[in-house]
Write a protein that binds this ligand. Structure first.
Ligand code: TEU
Ligand code: CA
Length: 549
Protein backbone atom coordinates (compact mmCIF):
# COMPACT_ATOMS: atom_id res chain seq x y z
CA UNK A 1 0.00 0.00 0.00
CA UNK A 2 1.43 3.41 -0.92
CA UNK A 3 1.89 6.04 1.76
CA UNK A 4 -0.65 8.24 0.04
CA UNK A 5 -3.31 5.58 0.26
CA UNK A 6 -2.82 4.75 3.93
CA UNK A 7 -3.07 8.45 4.77
CA UNK A 8 -6.31 8.65 2.87
CA UNK A 9 -7.70 5.58 4.63
CA UNK A 10 -6.97 6.59 8.15
CA UNK A 11 -8.17 10.14 7.69
CA UNK A 12 -11.45 9.66 5.95
CA UNK A 13 -13.04 6.31 6.29
CA UNK A 14 -14.25 3.86 8.91
CA UNK A 15 -12.61 0.42 8.69
CA UNK A 16 -15.65 -1.35 7.27
CA UNK A 17 -15.82 0.73 4.10
CA UNK A 18 -12.95 -1.22 2.51
CA UNK A 19 -13.53 -4.45 4.36
CA UNK A 20 -14.01 -7.99 3.20
CA UNK A 21 -16.23 -9.74 5.74
CA UNK A 22 -16.36 -13.54 5.89
CA UNK A 23 -19.55 -15.20 7.16
CA UNK A 24 -19.03 -18.31 9.26
CA UNK A 25 -22.01 -20.62 9.87
CA UNK A 26 -20.42 -22.35 12.88
CA UNK A 27 -22.39 -25.57 12.76
CA UNK A 28 -20.97 -26.40 9.31
CA UNK A 29 -17.52 -24.80 9.35
CA UNK A 30 -15.11 -27.06 11.26
CA UNK A 31 -15.70 -29.70 13.91
CA UNK A 32 -12.82 -29.79 16.42
CA UNK A 33 -14.05 -32.53 18.78
CA UNK A 34 -15.47 -34.91 16.20
CA UNK A 35 -19.09 -35.03 17.26
CA UNK A 36 -20.24 -34.12 13.74
CA UNK A 37 -21.07 -30.51 14.66
CA UNK A 38 -18.88 -27.53 13.85
CA UNK A 39 -17.73 -25.47 16.84
CA UNK A 40 -15.83 -22.41 18.06
CA UNK A 41 -12.46 -24.17 18.59
CA UNK A 42 -12.87 -25.35 14.98
CA UNK A 43 -13.10 -21.73 13.83
CA UNK A 44 -10.00 -20.86 15.85
CA UNK A 45 -8.10 -23.69 14.09
CA UNK A 46 -8.95 -22.12 10.76
CA UNK A 47 -8.20 -18.47 11.54
CA UNK A 48 -4.91 -18.57 9.64
CA UNK A 49 -6.77 -19.83 6.61
CA UNK A 50 -9.35 -17.06 6.93
CA UNK A 51 -6.60 -14.47 7.31
CA UNK A 52 -4.81 -15.89 4.26
CA UNK A 53 -7.15 -14.29 1.79
CA UNK A 54 -7.37 -10.84 3.27
CA UNK A 55 -10.47 -11.03 5.48
CA UNK A 56 -10.96 -8.03 7.81
CA UNK A 57 -13.83 -9.37 9.90
CA UNK A 58 -15.88 -12.47 10.56
CA UNK A 59 -19.67 -12.34 10.77
CA UNK A 60 -20.45 -15.19 13.09
CA UNK A 61 -23.90 -16.73 12.65
CA UNK A 62 -25.50 -17.32 16.08
CA UNK A 63 -23.52 -19.28 18.68
CA UNK A 64 -25.84 -18.47 21.60
CA UNK A 65 -27.77 -20.92 23.74
CA UNK A 66 -30.59 -22.19 21.56
CA UNK A 67 -32.92 -25.19 21.23
CA UNK A 68 -31.95 -25.12 17.51
CA UNK A 69 -35.43 -25.03 16.05
CA UNK A 70 -33.88 -22.50 13.66
CA UNK A 71 -30.22 -23.30 14.46
CA UNK A 72 -29.49 -20.32 16.67
CA UNK A 73 -31.93 -17.85 15.09
CA UNK A 74 -34.06 -18.79 18.10
CA UNK A 75 -32.07 -17.60 21.10
CA UNK A 76 -32.73 -18.91 24.61
CA UNK A 77 -30.03 -16.77 26.28
CA UNK A 78 -28.22 -13.88 24.59
CA UNK A 79 -25.22 -14.03 26.91
CA UNK A 80 -24.56 -17.80 26.96
CA UNK A 81 -22.82 -19.96 24.40
CA UNK A 82 -24.49 -23.07 23.02
CA UNK A 83 -22.47 -25.93 24.63
CA UNK A 84 -22.43 -27.77 21.26
CA UNK A 85 -20.21 -24.94 20.02
CA UNK A 86 -18.02 -24.54 23.12
CA UNK A 87 -17.80 -22.25 26.13
CA UNK A 88 -17.60 -18.53 26.79
CA UNK A 89 -13.86 -19.13 27.30
CA UNK A 90 -13.67 -20.42 23.72
CA UNK A 91 -15.60 -17.37 22.54
CA UNK A 92 -13.21 -14.99 24.33
CA UNK A 93 -10.29 -16.87 22.81
CA UNK A 94 -11.83 -16.58 19.34
CA UNK A 95 -12.12 -12.81 19.77
CA UNK A 96 -8.53 -12.44 20.96
CA UNK A 97 -6.99 -14.89 18.47
CA UNK A 98 -8.83 -13.20 15.63
CA UNK A 99 -7.63 -9.83 16.84
CA UNK A 100 -4.00 -11.02 16.73
CA UNK A 101 -4.54 -11.65 13.04
CA UNK A 102 -6.19 -8.29 12.42
CA UNK A 103 -9.66 -9.83 12.18
CA UNK A 104 -12.68 -8.33 13.93
CA UNK A 105 -15.71 -10.32 15.09
CA UNK A 106 -19.26 -9.29 14.20
CA UNK A 107 -22.01 -11.05 16.14
CA UNK A 108 -25.39 -12.01 14.75
CA UNK A 109 -28.05 -10.02 16.56
CA UNK A 110 -31.44 -11.73 16.52
CA UNK A 111 -33.73 -9.35 18.40
CA UNK A 112 -36.98 -9.42 16.48
CA UNK A 113 -37.84 -12.56 18.41
CA UNK A 114 -36.43 -14.92 21.02
CA UNK A 115 -36.80 -18.66 21.43
CA UNK A 116 -39.92 -19.82 23.25
CA UNK A 117 -37.39 -21.39 25.65
CA UNK A 118 -36.02 -17.97 26.67
CA UNK A 119 -36.75 -17.28 30.34
CA UNK A 120 -38.52 -14.04 29.41
CA UNK A 121 -41.02 -15.97 27.32
CA UNK A 122 -41.37 -18.76 29.86
CA UNK A 123 -42.35 -16.13 32.48
CA UNK A 124 -44.40 -14.24 29.94
CA UNK A 125 -46.81 -17.17 29.66
CA UNK A 126 -48.03 -16.14 33.10
CA UNK A 127 -50.42 -13.17 32.60
CA UNK A 128 -49.36 -11.68 35.95
CA UNK A 129 -45.63 -11.80 35.27
CA UNK A 130 -43.68 -8.58 34.74
CA UNK A 131 -42.47 -10.28 31.55
CA UNK A 132 -45.97 -10.63 30.11
CA UNK A 133 -45.60 -7.42 28.15
CA UNK A 134 -42.17 -8.37 26.73
CA UNK A 135 -44.08 -10.16 23.98
CA UNK A 136 -47.20 -9.41 21.93
CA UNK A 137 -50.28 -10.97 23.54
CA UNK A 138 -53.75 -10.33 22.14
CA UNK A 139 -57.29 -11.61 22.74
CA UNK A 140 -58.98 -13.82 20.14
CA UNK A 141 -60.90 -11.85 17.50
CA UNK A 142 -63.83 -14.21 18.09
CA UNK A 143 -64.78 -17.88 18.27
CA UNK A 144 -65.85 -20.40 15.65
CA UNK A 145 -67.32 -23.75 16.77
CA UNK A 146 -65.93 -22.89 20.19
CA UNK A 147 -62.40 -22.49 18.83
CA UNK A 148 -60.63 -19.13 19.37
CA UNK A 149 -59.86 -17.15 16.19
CA UNK A 150 -56.52 -15.30 15.87
CA UNK A 151 -56.44 -11.53 16.53
CA UNK A 152 -55.89 -10.80 12.81
CA UNK A 153 -55.17 -12.50 9.47
CA UNK A 154 -51.37 -12.09 9.46
CA UNK A 155 -49.29 -15.02 8.27
CA UNK A 156 -45.86 -16.13 9.40
CA UNK A 157 -42.97 -15.49 6.99
CA UNK A 158 -42.42 -19.26 7.12
CA UNK A 159 -46.12 -20.01 6.24
CA UNK A 160 -49.12 -20.62 8.49
CA UNK A 161 -50.75 -18.19 10.93
CA UNK A 162 -48.56 -15.64 12.73
CA UNK A 163 -50.41 -16.26 16.01
CA UNK A 164 -50.45 -19.21 18.41
CA UNK A 165 -53.06 -19.65 21.12
CA UNK A 166 -51.98 -20.19 24.72
CA UNK A 167 -54.71 -21.99 26.69
CA UNK A 168 -53.49 -20.89 30.08
CA UNK A 169 -54.32 -17.21 29.58
CA UNK A 170 -56.79 -17.52 26.73
CA UNK A 171 -54.70 -15.20 24.54
CA UNK A 172 -52.63 -15.53 21.37
CA UNK A 173 -48.95 -14.51 21.00
CA UNK A 174 -47.41 -13.14 17.80
CA UNK A 175 -44.62 -14.86 15.88
CA UNK A 176 -43.58 -13.60 12.45
CA UNK A 177 -41.46 -16.76 12.11
CA UNK A 178 -42.17 -20.17 13.72
CA UNK A 179 -44.35 -20.60 16.80
CA UNK A 180 -41.08 -21.28 18.65
CA UNK A 181 -39.87 -17.74 17.85
CA UNK A 182 -42.21 -15.33 19.67
CA UNK A 183 -41.82 -11.66 18.66
CA UNK A 184 -40.52 -9.21 21.24
CA UNK A 185 -42.71 -6.20 21.99
CA UNK A 186 -40.81 -3.00 21.20
CA UNK A 187 -43.55 -0.81 22.61
CA UNK A 188 -42.20 -1.88 25.99
CA UNK A 189 -39.37 0.31 27.30
CA UNK A 190 -37.97 -2.61 29.34
CA UNK A 191 -37.44 -4.63 26.17
CA UNK A 192 -35.36 -1.84 24.66
CA UNK A 193 -33.26 -1.60 27.81
CA UNK A 194 -32.71 -5.38 27.96
CA UNK A 195 -31.60 -5.38 24.32
CA UNK A 196 -29.26 -2.45 24.95
CA UNK A 197 -27.67 -4.44 27.76
CA UNK A 198 -27.14 -7.37 25.41
CA UNK A 199 -25.40 -5.05 22.94
CA UNK A 200 -23.16 -3.66 25.69
CA UNK A 201 -22.32 -7.15 26.95
CA UNK A 202 -20.86 -8.14 23.57
CA UNK A 203 -19.26 -4.80 22.78
CA UNK A 204 -17.51 -4.88 26.16
CA UNK A 205 -16.06 -8.22 25.11
CA UNK A 206 -14.48 -6.51 22.15
CA UNK A 207 -16.69 -7.43 19.25
CA UNK A 208 -16.78 -4.86 16.45
CA UNK A 209 -20.46 -4.82 15.66
CA UNK A 210 -23.56 -6.71 14.62
CA UNK A 211 -25.29 -8.28 11.66
CA UNK A 212 -28.89 -7.50 12.57
CA UNK A 213 -31.39 -10.23 11.70
CA UNK A 214 -34.65 -9.12 10.00
CA UNK A 215 -34.08 -5.75 11.62
CA UNK A 216 -36.86 -3.94 9.76
CA UNK A 217 -39.56 -6.01 11.47
CA UNK A 218 -39.15 -4.84 15.08
CA UNK A 219 -42.17 -2.62 15.59
CA UNK A 220 -45.70 -3.35 14.39
CA UNK A 221 -47.58 -0.23 13.44
CA UNK A 222 -50.96 -1.73 14.32
CA UNK A 223 -52.67 -5.12 14.56
CA UNK A 224 -55.26 -4.58 11.83
CA UNK A 225 -56.03 -7.19 9.18
CA UNK A 226 -53.64 -7.04 6.24
CA UNK A 227 -54.43 -7.19 2.54
CA UNK A 228 -54.38 -10.94 1.77
CA UNK A 229 -51.25 -11.84 -0.26
CA UNK A 230 -49.78 -15.16 -1.40
CA UNK A 231 -46.33 -13.96 -0.30
CA UNK A 232 -47.61 -13.32 3.24
CA UNK A 233 -50.30 -11.19 4.82
CA UNK A 234 -49.81 -8.25 7.18
CA UNK A 235 -46.51 -6.96 5.79
CA UNK A 236 -47.87 -3.41 5.37
CA UNK A 237 -48.18 -3.21 9.16
CA UNK A 238 -44.91 -4.82 10.20
CA UNK A 239 -42.28 -4.16 7.47
CA UNK A 240 -40.07 -1.05 7.82
CA UNK A 241 -42.46 0.96 10.00
CA UNK A 242 -41.73 4.39 11.50
CA UNK A 243 -41.74 2.70 14.90
CA UNK A 244 -38.87 0.44 13.80
CA UNK A 245 -36.91 3.47 12.60
CA UNK A 246 -37.42 5.05 16.03
CA UNK A 247 -36.20 1.95 17.88
CA UNK A 248 -33.11 1.68 15.69
CA UNK A 249 -32.25 5.33 16.18
CA UNK A 250 -32.52 4.78 19.90
CA UNK A 251 -30.15 1.74 19.83
CA UNK A 252 -27.80 3.73 17.63
CA UNK A 253 -27.71 6.81 19.84
CA UNK A 254 -27.64 4.99 23.20
CA UNK A 255 -25.15 2.21 22.44
CA UNK A 256 -23.94 1.64 18.88
CA UNK A 257 -22.60 5.13 18.18
CA UNK A 258 -20.84 5.59 21.55
CA UNK A 259 -19.05 2.25 21.05
CA UNK A 260 -18.30 2.91 17.39
CA UNK A 261 -19.95 -0.40 16.52
CA UNK A 262 -20.50 -1.37 12.89
CA UNK A 263 -23.93 -2.60 11.83
CA UNK A 264 -25.27 -4.38 8.79
CA UNK A 265 -29.01 -4.91 8.81
CA UNK A 266 -30.88 -7.64 7.00
CA UNK A 267 -33.93 -6.07 5.37
CA UNK A 268 -36.91 -8.33 4.87
CA UNK A 269 -38.62 -7.23 1.62
CA UNK A 270 -36.31 -4.23 1.77
CA UNK A 271 -36.90 -1.65 -0.93
CA UNK A 272 -34.17 0.69 -2.09
CA UNK A 273 -36.10 3.65 -0.68
CA UNK A 274 -36.24 1.99 2.73
CA UNK A 275 -32.55 1.07 2.53
CA UNK A 276 -31.72 4.74 2.04
CA UNK A 277 -33.71 5.71 5.09
CA UNK A 278 -32.12 3.03 7.31
CA UNK A 279 -28.60 4.09 6.26
CA UNK A 280 -28.95 7.85 6.35
CA UNK A 281 -26.49 7.95 9.25
CA UNK A 282 -28.34 7.56 12.54
CA UNK A 283 -29.71 4.00 12.38
CA UNK A 284 -27.60 1.40 10.54
CA UNK A 285 -24.26 1.68 8.73
CA UNK A 286 -25.14 -0.72 5.92
CA UNK A 287 -27.93 -3.08 4.86
CA UNK A 288 -28.43 -6.24 2.83
CA UNK A 289 -30.88 -5.86 -0.05
CA UNK A 290 -31.94 -8.98 -1.93
CA UNK A 291 -32.99 -7.81 -5.40
CA UNK A 292 -30.13 -9.74 -7.06
CA UNK A 293 -30.72 -13.06 -5.28
CA UNK A 294 -33.58 -15.51 -5.00
CA UNK A 295 -35.48 -13.69 -2.28
CA UNK A 296 -35.87 -10.61 -4.43
CA UNK A 297 -36.77 -12.07 -7.79
CA UNK A 298 -37.93 -15.59 -8.21
CA UNK A 299 -38.70 -14.94 -11.87
CA UNK A 300 -36.37 -13.73 -14.56
CA UNK A 301 -33.11 -14.93 -15.97
CA UNK A 302 -29.81 -14.91 -14.18
CA UNK A 303 -28.85 -11.79 -16.10
CA UNK A 304 -32.01 -10.00 -14.96
CA UNK A 305 -31.33 -10.77 -11.35
CA UNK A 306 -27.67 -10.08 -11.37
CA UNK A 307 -27.32 -7.16 -13.74
CA UNK A 308 -30.51 -5.25 -13.03
CA UNK A 309 -30.64 -6.02 -9.31
CA UNK A 310 -27.05 -4.98 -8.70
CA UNK A 311 -27.10 -1.98 -10.99
CA UNK A 312 -30.20 -0.54 -9.34
CA UNK A 313 -28.75 -0.75 -5.83
CA UNK A 314 -25.26 0.34 -6.85
CA UNK A 315 -26.69 3.47 -8.46
CA UNK A 316 -29.24 4.15 -5.79
CA UNK A 317 -27.39 3.75 -2.51
CA UNK A 318 -24.34 5.79 -1.58
CA UNK A 319 -22.71 2.80 0.13
CA UNK A 320 -23.65 -0.82 -0.53
CA UNK A 321 -22.92 -4.27 0.70
CA UNK A 322 -21.84 -6.68 -2.03
CA UNK A 323 -22.74 -10.32 -1.54
CA UNK A 324 -23.96 -13.35 -3.46
CA UNK A 325 -24.50 -15.92 -0.73
CA UNK A 326 -25.44 -16.45 2.88
CA UNK A 327 -26.80 -19.26 5.05
CA UNK A 328 -30.34 -18.78 3.63
CA UNK A 329 -29.47 -18.67 -0.06
CA UNK A 330 -28.57 -21.24 -2.66
CA UNK A 331 -24.93 -21.41 -3.72
CA UNK A 332 -24.12 -18.67 -6.23
CA UNK A 333 -22.32 -20.87 -8.77
CA UNK A 334 -25.43 -23.06 -9.00
CA UNK A 335 -27.87 -20.14 -9.15
CA UNK A 336 -26.06 -17.94 -11.66
CA UNK A 337 -24.37 -20.74 -13.60
CA UNK A 338 -27.64 -22.67 -13.98
CA UNK A 339 -27.15 -25.61 -16.33
CA UNK A 340 -23.54 -24.51 -16.93
CA UNK A 341 -22.61 -24.80 -13.25
CA UNK A 342 -20.66 -28.01 -13.82
CA UNK A 343 -19.14 -27.43 -17.24
CA UNK A 344 -18.09 -23.86 -16.46
CA UNK A 345 -17.78 -24.21 -12.70
CA UNK A 346 -14.52 -22.33 -12.23
CA UNK A 347 -15.38 -19.72 -14.84
CA UNK A 348 -18.70 -18.83 -13.18
CA UNK A 349 -17.13 -18.75 -9.70
CA UNK A 350 -14.31 -16.49 -10.87
CA UNK A 351 -16.62 -14.20 -12.82
CA UNK A 352 -18.69 -13.67 -9.65
CA UNK A 353 -15.51 -12.90 -7.71
CA UNK A 354 -14.37 -10.42 -10.36
CA UNK A 355 -17.72 -8.62 -10.07
CA UNK A 356 -17.94 -8.82 -6.29
CA UNK A 357 -14.60 -7.16 -5.59
CA UNK A 358 -14.92 -4.45 -8.20
CA UNK A 359 -18.38 -3.18 -7.26
CA UNK A 360 -18.75 -0.34 -4.78
CA UNK A 361 -19.38 -1.49 -1.22
CA UNK A 362 -18.41 -3.64 1.72
CA UNK A 363 -17.86 -7.19 0.43
CA UNK A 364 -19.26 -10.30 2.16
CA UNK A 365 -18.08 -13.83 1.39
CA UNK A 366 -20.00 -16.82 2.75
CA UNK A 367 -17.95 -19.82 3.87
CA UNK A 368 -17.17 -22.10 0.93
CA UNK A 369 -18.03 -19.44 -1.67
CA UNK A 370 -14.28 -18.81 -2.05
CA UNK A 371 -13.78 -22.36 -3.33
CA UNK A 372 -16.98 -22.35 -5.41
CA UNK A 373 -19.08 -24.76 -3.35
CA UNK A 374 -22.29 -25.78 -5.12
CA UNK A 375 -25.85 -26.69 -4.18
CA UNK A 376 -26.51 -30.20 -2.94
CA UNK A 377 -29.75 -31.80 -4.03
CA UNK A 378 -30.79 -33.41 -0.77
CA UNK A 379 -33.64 -35.81 -0.23
CA UNK A 380 -36.72 -34.77 1.72
CA UNK A 381 -35.82 -36.93 4.73
CA UNK A 382 -32.26 -35.53 4.81
CA UNK A 383 -33.50 -31.97 5.23
CA UNK A 384 -32.56 -30.27 8.49
CA UNK A 385 -34.32 -26.95 7.86
CA UNK A 386 -37.71 -26.78 9.61
CA UNK A 387 -38.95 -24.43 6.89
CA UNK A 388 -39.08 -27.45 4.59
CA UNK A 389 -41.41 -29.34 6.92
CA UNK A 390 -43.61 -26.27 7.46
CA UNK A 391 -44.05 -25.56 3.76
CA UNK A 392 -44.67 -29.25 3.04
CA UNK A 393 -47.41 -29.40 5.67
CA UNK A 394 -49.10 -26.23 4.41
CA UNK A 395 -49.17 -27.61 0.86
CA UNK A 396 -50.38 -31.08 1.85
CA UNK A 397 -53.15 -29.44 3.89
CA UNK A 398 -54.17 -27.69 0.65
CA UNK A 399 -54.29 -31.12 -1.07
CA UNK A 400 -51.13 -30.65 -3.13
CA UNK A 401 -49.78 -34.16 -3.98
CA UNK A 402 -47.07 -35.27 -1.58
CA UNK A 403 -44.31 -35.65 -4.19
CA UNK A 404 -44.94 -32.14 -5.46
CA UNK A 405 -45.20 -30.68 -1.97
CA UNK A 406 -41.80 -32.23 -1.15
CA UNK A 407 -40.26 -30.77 -4.26
CA UNK A 408 -41.60 -27.25 -3.67
CA UNK A 409 -40.68 -27.37 0.02
CA UNK A 410 -37.10 -28.48 -0.67
CA UNK A 411 -36.66 -25.71 -3.25
CA UNK A 412 -37.74 -23.15 -0.62
CA UNK A 413 -35.56 -24.71 2.06
CA UNK A 414 -32.16 -23.50 3.08
CA UNK A 415 -30.26 -26.76 3.45
CA UNK A 416 -28.11 -26.23 0.37
CA UNK A 417 -26.06 -23.45 1.92
CA UNK A 418 -25.52 -25.39 5.12
CA UNK A 419 -23.67 -28.52 4.02
CA UNK A 420 -20.28 -28.94 5.75
CA UNK A 421 -17.32 -26.93 4.48
CA UNK A 422 -14.95 -28.81 2.18
CA UNK A 423 -11.48 -28.75 3.72
CA UNK A 424 -9.84 -31.75 2.11
CA UNK A 425 -10.41 -35.00 0.24
CA UNK A 426 -10.47 -36.95 3.52
CA UNK A 427 -13.67 -38.66 4.56
CA UNK A 428 -16.44 -36.12 5.36
CA UNK A 429 -14.36 -33.52 3.49
CA UNK A 430 -12.04 -33.08 6.47
CA UNK A 431 -14.87 -31.31 8.33
CA UNK A 432 -15.02 -34.02 11.01
CA UNK A 433 -14.08 -37.65 11.46
CA UNK A 434 -17.64 -38.33 12.64
CA UNK A 435 -20.73 -38.38 10.40
CA UNK A 436 -21.70 -34.69 10.12
CA UNK A 437 -25.10 -33.29 11.11
CA UNK A 438 -25.77 -32.49 7.43
CA UNK A 439 -24.79 -34.55 4.38
CA UNK A 440 -21.53 -33.59 2.66
CA UNK A 441 -21.68 -32.70 -1.03
CA UNK A 442 -20.09 -35.53 -3.02
CA UNK A 443 -18.03 -33.12 -5.14
CA UNK A 444 -15.78 -32.34 -2.15
CA UNK A 445 -12.88 -34.18 -3.68
CA UNK A 446 -12.69 -31.72 -6.58
CA UNK A 447 -13.93 -28.62 -4.74
CA UNK A 448 -11.87 -28.34 -1.55
CA UNK A 449 -9.49 -25.96 0.17
CA UNK A 450 -6.69 -28.55 0.10
CA UNK A 451 -7.05 -29.17 -3.63
CA UNK A 452 -7.21 -25.45 -4.46
CA UNK A 453 -4.58 -24.19 -2.05
CA UNK A 454 -1.61 -25.11 -4.23
CA UNK A 455 -3.21 -24.64 -7.62
CA UNK A 456 -2.43 -21.17 -8.83
CA UNK A 457 -5.37 -21.21 -11.24
CA UNK A 458 -7.94 -22.25 -8.60
CA UNK A 459 -11.04 -20.32 -7.60
CA UNK A 460 -9.54 -19.82 -4.12
CA UNK A 461 -6.39 -18.22 -5.49
CA UNK A 462 -8.45 -16.06 -7.82
CA UNK A 463 -10.34 -14.79 -4.74
CA UNK A 464 -6.98 -14.01 -3.13
CA UNK A 465 -5.84 -12.01 -6.16
CA UNK A 466 -9.13 -10.13 -6.52
CA UNK A 467 -9.21 -9.21 -2.83
CA UNK A 468 -5.59 -8.06 -2.99
CA UNK A 469 -6.44 -6.01 -6.07
CA UNK A 470 -9.37 -4.32 -4.35
CA UNK A 471 -7.17 -3.51 -1.38
CA UNK A 472 -4.47 -1.98 -3.53
CA UNK A 473 -6.76 0.26 -5.56
CA UNK A 474 -8.47 3.45 -4.42
CA UNK A 475 -10.65 3.34 -7.53
CA UNK A 476 -11.99 -0.10 -6.60
CA UNK A 477 -12.39 0.75 -2.93
CA UNK A 478 -13.84 4.20 -3.02
CA UNK A 479 -14.10 5.31 -6.63
CA UNK A 480 -17.30 6.42 -8.29
CA UNK A 481 -19.19 3.86 -10.37
CA UNK A 482 -20.72 4.33 -13.80
CA UNK A 483 -22.58 1.62 -15.71
CA UNK A 484 -22.45 1.23 -19.49
CA UNK A 485 -25.34 0.13 -21.63
CA UNK A 486 -24.27 -3.02 -23.44
CA UNK A 487 -25.71 -6.23 -24.86
CA UNK A 488 -28.07 -8.23 -22.66
CA UNK A 489 -25.54 -10.69 -21.18
CA UNK A 490 -22.78 -8.11 -20.70
CA UNK A 491 -22.27 -6.17 -17.50
CA UNK A 492 -19.83 -3.27 -17.93
CA UNK A 493 -18.88 -0.49 -15.55
CA UNK A 494 -16.18 2.02 -14.78
CA UNK A 495 -14.68 2.77 -11.37
CA UNK A 496 -12.84 6.05 -11.06
CA UNK A 497 -10.89 7.80 -8.34
CA UNK A 498 -9.00 10.92 -9.37
CA UNK A 499 -6.96 9.96 -12.41
CA UNK A 500 -7.30 6.22 -11.78
CA UNK A 501 -9.86 4.53 -14.01
CA UNK A 502 -10.75 0.85 -13.95
CA UNK A 503 -13.05 -0.78 -16.48
CA UNK A 504 -14.83 -4.06 -15.73
CA UNK A 505 -16.56 -6.06 -18.46
CA UNK A 506 -18.19 -9.39 -17.67
CA UNK A 507 -19.95 -11.89 -19.90
CA UNK A 508 -22.78 -13.39 -17.84
CA UNK A 509 -23.60 -16.01 -20.44
CA UNK A 510 -22.29 -19.39 -21.58
CA UNK A 511 -21.70 -18.13 -25.12
CA UNK A 512 -18.95 -16.12 -26.78
CA UNK A 513 -20.02 -12.48 -26.93
CA UNK A 514 -18.49 -9.40 -28.48
CA UNK A 515 -19.34 -6.54 -26.10
CA UNK A 516 -20.24 -3.07 -27.32
CA UNK A 517 -17.93 -1.68 -24.66
CA UNK A 518 -14.46 -1.50 -26.11
CA UNK A 519 -11.99 -3.83 -24.42
CA UNK A 520 -8.93 -1.68 -24.05
CA UNK A 521 -6.42 -0.73 -21.38
CA UNK A 522 -3.99 -2.80 -19.37
CA UNK A 523 -5.48 -6.09 -18.12
CA UNK A 524 -5.06 -6.28 -14.35
CA UNK A 525 -7.28 -9.33 -13.75
CA UNK A 526 -8.99 -11.85 -15.97
CA UNK A 527 -11.11 -14.79 -14.95
CA UNK A 528 -9.60 -16.64 -17.93
CA UNK A 529 -6.08 -16.72 -16.66
CA UNK A 530 -3.34 -16.53 -19.21
CA UNK A 531 -5.49 -14.68 -21.71
CA UNK A 532 -3.92 -11.24 -21.99
CA UNK A 533 -5.18 -9.85 -25.27
CA UNK A 534 -8.52 -9.35 -26.97
CA UNK A 535 -7.43 -9.12 -30.57
CA UNK A 536 -10.85 -10.34 -31.67
CA UNK A 537 -12.76 -8.28 -29.06
CA UNK A 538 -14.64 -11.36 -27.85
CA UNK A 539 -15.36 -12.50 -24.31
CA UNK A 540 -15.53 -16.26 -23.77
CA UNK A 541 -18.29 -17.94 -21.67
CA UNK A 542 -18.45 -16.28 -18.24
CA UNK A 543 -15.26 -14.34 -18.88
CA UNK A 544 -14.78 -11.23 -16.75
CA UNK A 545 -11.94 -8.84 -17.34
CA UNK A 546 -10.64 -5.93 -15.26
CA UNK A 547 -8.63 -3.28 -17.09
CA UNK A 548 -6.81 -0.17 -16.01
CA UNK A 549 -7.34 2.67 -18.46
O1 TEU B 1 -33.89 -14.56 7.62
C1 TEU B 1 -35.08 -13.89 7.29
C2 TEU B 1 -35.72 -14.35 6.08
O2 TEU B 1 -36.60 -13.68 5.64
C3 TEU B 1 -35.24 -15.61 5.39
O3 TEU B 1 -35.25 -16.66 6.25
C4 TEU B 1 -36.07 -15.93 4.22
O4 TEU B 1 -37.38 -16.12 4.56
C5 TEU B 1 -35.55 -17.16 3.57
O5 TEU B 1 -34.23 -16.96 3.25
C6 TEU B 1 -36.31 -17.47 2.33
O6 TEU B 1 -35.58 -18.36 1.59
C7 TEU B 1 -33.32 -14.40 8.87
C8 TEU B 1 -32.20 -15.40 9.04
O7 TEU B 1 -31.18 -15.12 8.10
C9 TEU B 1 -32.77 -16.78 8.92
O8 TEU B 1 -31.76 -17.76 8.95
C10 TEU B 1 -33.74 -16.97 10.06
O9 TEU B 1 -34.37 -18.22 9.94
C11 TEU B 1 -34.79 -15.87 10.09
O10 TEU B 1 -34.26 -14.58 9.93
C12 TEU B 1 -35.50 -15.87 11.44
O11 TEU B 1 -34.61 -15.44 12.41
CA1 CA C 1 -18.00 -30.31 17.49
Amino acid sequence: MSKKQSDYDSKHLPWWRHAVIYQVYPRSFKDSNNDGIGDIPGIIEKLDYIASFGVDAIWLSPVYLSPNRDYGYDIADYTKINPEYGTMRDMDRLISEAKKRGIRIIMDLVINHTSDQHKWFQSSRNPNSKYRDYYVWRDPSGYKHGEPLPPNNWTSIFTGPAWTFDKRSGQFYLHLFTEHQPDLNYRNENVIQEVENVLRFWLDKGVAGFRCDVINLLYDESYDDGEPQISGTGAEYFVSTSGTHRVLKRLHDDVLAPYGAYTVGELYQGSLAQAKRFTKGDELDTVFGFDHVKQGMVHGSMTDRLKNGLTKWQKGLSWNTVFFENHDQRRAVSVYGGKDAIKYHDEVAKMLAAIEFTLRGTAFVYQGQEIGMTDLKIKFDQSRDMVVGMIYQTLVDKHVPKWLAQRIALAQGRDSARTPMHWSSDKYAGFSSHKPWMPVNSNYDHISVERQENDNTSVLNFYRRMIALKKSSLALQDGSIKFYADKEPIMAYLRQFGQQKILIVANLSGKNVRPLTQLHGRIIANSYEGQTEFDDGILQPYEAVVMEL
